[in-house]
Design a protein around this ligand. Structure first.
Ligand code: 0X9
Ligand code: ZN
Length: 315
């Protein structure tokens, strides 16, 4: 079993996932959906709906697309743990949801941030001679790729890669979701930090036509979080909310092109697509102490169960 008292290495995380699928084969299924640049398998955990569920809908969840955001990985592990062990206490609407969860989308970067450079963000793709290492996996998606709002310089923290979906980690997710895009009704990507629930579009200061419902559900997630831990999360459109969030040290421009949530909404047509920026609001930033793992996990779970209930009860 896994403790939520510290951040874990990939090896231990994968061991835990294997254990779950062996112990609970009726509920947990694992699929390797591709490999990272350094050939680490990318593994999706599927948590199945109730056996007698009808009208099953799917939700995608990922964590760790940015290497240094360790709290995203631990929070996704926490919610996997809840979905498996507290299954009986889940609200009824969650039981016709199939969860497709990848706790570490950027294993190479995650490893590097543990071993070499704590604040590493990108993956570890060694583009070519005389250039810098790594693409920002959240600037590599095939939706408005190549426009300003992501960098074409390999040394930049927000380097977009050589072309849209150039990175194996991006490709794996795109292939997996696009095999069956219609079944996905929700898409949640966990990041840190800032305590935001963000929805598209990020590529322009503009909102999709269904933004009222998307906002309402985002607000419901924030309310559930507040109830769980009394922490405040701000809900809104990425381009509008993140402009002041150049605080994250990224010098984000008002628009942020080719992030995964915009792709999920714009290409895969998943209605409820969100980026959740977990704790904190800047005191520790990316280097959130391990004592925060459990309570942040609870916040992630509050958000996921709210989304699952909303989607599960939608006609
Ligand atoms: O800039 C990002 O990729 C995310 N923030 S972070 O500090 N974790 O790097 C926010 C992405 C929000 N979504 C869009 N802008 N579409
Ligand atoms: Zn991030």
């Amino acid at each position: 079993n896994l403790t939520f008292e510290r951040y874990h290495k990939i090896h231990d995380i994968y061991k835990y996932i294997d254990y779950l699928s062996q112990e609970y084969p009726d509920i947990v299924e694992i699929e390797t959906i591709g490999k990272s640049y350094e050939n680490v398998p990318l593994r999706v955990i599927r948590i199945k709906p109730d056996q007698n569920a009808t009208d099953v809908k799917a939700i995608w969840i990922d964590g760790g697309i940015h290497a240094r955001e360790w709290i995203a990985v631990s929070s996704v592990l926490y919610l996997i743990n809840e979905l498996v062990y507290n299954r009986d206490s889940l609200e009824s609407y969650m039981k016709n949801i199939e969860f497709h969860i990848i706790p570490i989308l950027n294993p190479d970067g995650y490893k590097y941030s543990h071993e070499k450079e704590r604040l590493w963000r990108k993956n570890r793709n060694k583009q070519s001679a005389n250039s810098c290492i790594g693409a920002d996996l959240n600037r590599n998606w095939d939706y408005h790729w190549g426009e300003s709002g992501a960098s074409k310089y390999s040394c930049a923290e927000i380097y977009r890669g050589v072309k849209a979906s150039s990175e194996r980690e991006t490709q794996a997710v795109v292939q997996y979701i696009m095999k069956n895009p219609n079944k996905f009704k929700g898409f949640l990507t966990f990041h840190s930090y800032g305590q935001y629930i963000l929805y598209p579009w990020g590529y322009a200061k503009r909102v999709p036509s269904d933004h009222k419902e998307v906002h309402r559900v985002g607000q419901a997630m924030a309310t559930a979080i507040k109830k769980a831990t009394s922490n405040e999360y701000t809900v809104g459109n990425s381009a509008t909310l993140l402009y002041p969030a150049a605080v994250l040290g990224l010098k984000i421009t008002p628009s942020t092109k080719c992030a995964s949530d915009d792709w999920a909404k714009g290409v895969a047509k998943i209605k409820y697509a969100y980026t959740v920026e977990l704790k904190d609001t800047g005191k520790y930033g990316f280097i959130l102490p391990p004592s925060e793992i459990l309570s942040t996990g609870k916040e992630a779970f509050a958000a996921v169960s709210t989304l699952a209930n909303e989607i599960g009860s939608e006609k």
